[in-house]
Ligand binder design. Structure first.
Ligand SMILES: [Zn+2]
Length: 329
């Protein structure tokens, strides 16, 4: 097998296809090679992690990944050090719903398959609540566009390198704001899921730019629902509430006064010290209609469908607080 031990299981490697043309891949010297007669791209395998990119449809290049390092991850590493320092003071963020939602996802997945196989996009870091997907009951395929401690394959959601209808679940948590074409990515998620496969997505709504240049889009609750219109909804709503959104806005109001990194760090620390308590209101607010209109982030749990939610039905699903504008049934 490619001369190195792959982090993906052999069964999962058997499900991989070329992200450029969809042809099967074959083992080659320290790489996986496309068997397509026209394409023939060779995908490097670095420290057991295949780099499965379609360069013509991605912000990333093979050359961004060499010897187990990448530009994006180095930036993220600095962020983590900074985060460890700021761990000394209270945080402004609180995900109220993640744990309960991942538990529900795990319960639903167990109903459908013996050992459900779950693709995690953006899986180089472990999101709160994902502990419900750990253990022998599930097979996690953790992918990202960076080498994190958990990355098993470099995958860009615009071209997911799996064959059609082969996965039981997909988790896409805090990822869709970072992709150039969320519609394309969700279409790919739909393609690789088995019939009745499940998706769990969390995406920011009221949040300031993070990850620097790799941040493009935000979604309202209904905007997010429309993105997943080829899925039947199991549950959706606000995951992070208006208290967190207000704390973030306050923090970014303060940091907008300066571009100096040290000054911004001090202002961030000050904001956290003086506004951390706002997030506690989210435990009370999270399911309220007004909070859905002002949430820091929204979630969607759904099942792959062969039909699409009509736009007239989409707006009937508005659950916010602006009563006068609610469409008639
Ligand atoms: Zn190919």
């Amino acid at each position: 097998m490619t001369g190195v031990k792959m982090k993906l299981s052999p069964e999962v490697v058997g499900l991989l296809v070329c992200p450029c043309c969809g042809s099967r891949l074959r083992d080659a010297e320290r790489s996986l090679a496309c068997t397509g007669s026209v394409c023939g791209v060779s995908f490097p395998v670095i420290d057991g992690i295949p780099v499965l990119l379609n360069e013509s449809n991605s912000l990333f290049r093979f050359s961004d990944f060499s010897a187990g390092t990448d530009t994006f991850y180095r930036k993220a590493s600095r962020g983590r050090i900074k985060r460890s320092l700021t761990r000394l003071i209270p945080d402004c963020s609180l995900n109220v719903k993640a744990a309960e939602n991942y538990k529900r996802l795990a319960d639903e997945l167990r109903k459908g398959a013996q050992t459900p196989r779950i693709l995690v996009l953006g899986g180089s870091v472990f999101n709160r609540g994902m502990e419900f997907l750990l253990g022998d009951a599930f097979e996690l395929i953790e992918t990202d566009v960076s080498f994190g401690t958990r990355t098993q394959a470099i995958v860009d959601g615009h071209n997911i390198p799996f064959e059609d209808n082969c996965l039981d679940g997909v988790v896409v948590h805090a990822v869709l704001e970072h992709v150039l074409d969320p519609v394309r990515c969700v279409s790919e998620i739909h393609r690789v899921l088995k019939p009745d496969g499940l998706v769990y997505a969390e995406t920011p709504f009221i949040q300031q730019v993070h990850a620097g240049p790799y941040d493009f889009t935000r979604f309202t609750h209904l905007g997010h629902r429309r993105l997943f219109r080829h899925f039947e909804e199991i549950d959706s709503g606000a995951a992070c509430g208006s208290g967190m959104a207000l704390a973030w806005s306050y923090r970014h109001f303060l940091t907008s006064f300066s571009t100096h990194p040290k000054v911004r760090s001090l202002l961030t620390a000050f904001a956290h010290l003086t506004a951390f308590w706002l997030k506690w209101f989210d435990r009370h607010l999270i399911d309220k209609p007004g909070c859905l209109d002002a949430a820091s982030g929204v979630y969607f749990l759904g099942r792959k469908s062969t039909t699409a939610l009509a736009d007239r039905d989409l707006i009937k699903g508005y659950r916010g607080a602006i009563a006068l504008l609610k469409p008639r049934a």
